[in-house]
Ligand binder design. Structure first.
Ligand code: HEM
Length: 412
């Protein structure tokens, strides 16, 4: 998606289409498609994936907060979007993101004991140190791929350290987690599917070994905390610890890389905004929130209706998926005047980038801390940072994730 394009008007994009970058029309003009849907069919029926799609912020907020909805794909109807994406084979066991109470409550409260705002804030000095090392390695280079050399490694190193993974193993770790996130993509290719199964197997073996080590020798890392919780009250099984570690790894890596990439891209495409941020680094917090609204790293999230219900006059049947278009919420003109304008001083940056309700993103404080620390350091290090005119920005095609695949910059 070229989010740097000037604001499109609600023109002639057809509706009833797939709201993913696989659809060239959505890729070309997502805002126009979303605006058309908001105006004509705010509760859109997508027969291809047996789901309804919400694009208005008010609907999204209200329905996301509804705790009677469920998230386990096994409760959805055959042929649904979530079932096609996630149920990889017969050994499927959901991660926390796809569990329901009482399992979800039990797992979430345990993980949140060690993984919370305080833990994220405590990581700020370490985030600054890691970002500094990555920038040191780029010193003197006239150009580089910002994703490969900065936005990619930073979150991997941070979450690996929090989980207590040996730095020597971090490269494998990154490869596996990149393959793993395709479990949310219903249109993954046979190659992506094979890589997903392969990485799931390797990560399982990898975490099983770490869990065994932590049973022998407890550390201060998150896996040690989860092992302690398991041993004390048998509240987390080994499989649950592995699934949770996988989730933290996958959710923490790709999304935060995309956030850093989307922030950098928005600033590079709006040099006047970048100049403002350089002059007033205290605007960084608001600038990050504005990117979360304007170009969110996760385009949509979903729930399943356990029983038939009505949303906005449309009947949602039991087992049908409800898809919340996060990108649509952030660009709803009913909430955000002139939504396609990127403005780091925007007063109301409310967004749904981290979802909501029972499954609201546990990693939001960490993602925010990483971006708030890393982006000002990047700008300070390279006063002439600009897009490389000879290498066009390439976007990933890996729904629901949204970020640059490659982002080549010049520093001279
Ligand atoms: C900018 C970066 C990030 C974005 C945009 C993001 C977005 C999301 C979204 C949309 C959800 C689903 C929420 C829902 O359905 O209501 C979610 C859930 C989750 N995220 Fe994030 N996330 C980010 C970073 C992280 C990080 C850094 C971690 C941890 C290392 C993390 C861990 C989780 C977990 C564990 C859940 C599941 C929570 C639950 O089911 O209770 N996320 N995230």
């Amino acid at each position: 998606m070229d989010q740097g394009k000037s604001a499109p008007d609600a023109g002639d994009c057809p509706t009833g289409m797939e709201l993913t970058p696989f659809n060239p029309e959505f890729r070309e003009c997502p805002y126009r498609v979303l605006e058309r849907l908001r105006q004509t069919e705010p509760v859109h029926r997508d027969r291809q994936f047996d789901r309804v799609v919400l694009t208005r912020r008010a609907d999204i907020e209200a329905v996301l907060a509804d705790r009677s909805l469920v998230a386990d794909p096994r409760k959805s109807r055959p042929g649904s979007f979530v079932r096609m994406a996630q149920i990889v084979d017969e050994t499927y066991e959901p991660m926390m993101l796809n569990t329901d109470d009482p399992e979800h409550k039990r797992m979430r409260s345990l993980v949140a004991q060690g993984f919370n705002l305080r833990a994220a804030e405590a990581m700020r000095p370490r985030i600054a140190a890691v970002a500094g090392e990555l920038l040191d390695a780029l010193e003197g280079r006239a150009g580089f791929n910002l994703i490969e050399e900065f936005a990619g490694p930073l979150p991997t190193i941070v979450i690996a350290e929090m989980l207590g993974v040996d730095p020597a193993e971090q490269k494998d770790f990154k490869r596996w987690s990149d393959a793993l996130v395709n479990c949310l993509n219903p249109r993954r290719s046979p190659e992506q599917n094979a890589a997903l199964l392969w990485s799931r197997e390797h990560l399982g073996a990898f975490f099983r070994r770490i869990i065994a080590e932590r049973r022998e020798r407890r550390g201060t890392d998150l896996i040690s905390a989860l092992v302690a919780a398991e041993e004390n009250g048998e509240v987390l099984t080994e499989r649950e610890i592995i699934n949770t570690a996988n989730l933290l790894l996958a959710a923490g890596n790709v999304t935060t890389t995309d956030l850093l990439g989307n922030v950098a891209l928005a600033l590079l495409r709006h040099p006047e905004q970048m100049a403002k941020l350089r002059a007033q680094p205290e605007l960084a917090r608001n600038a990050i929130e504005e990117v979360l609204r304007y170009d969110p790293p996760v385009i949509s999230t979903l729930r399943i209706a356990p029983a038939a219900r009505e949303i906005g006059g449309v009947t949602v049947e039991a087992g049908q998926t409800i898809d919340f278009v996060i990108l649509g919420a952030g660009h709803d003109p009913a909430v955000h005047p002139d939504p396609e304008r990127f403005d780091i001083e925007r007063v109301d940056t409310t967004h749904s980038a981290f979802g909501g309700g029972a499954h609201y993103c546990l990693g939001a404080p960490l993602a925010r801390a990483e971006a708030q620390v890393a982006i000002p350091l990047l700008l300070a290090r390279f006063p002439r940072l600009r897009l490389d005119p000879d290498r066009p920005v390439q976007h990933k095609v890996a729904p629901p994730f949204n970020g640059p695949k490659e982002l080549w910059v010049r520093t001279d």
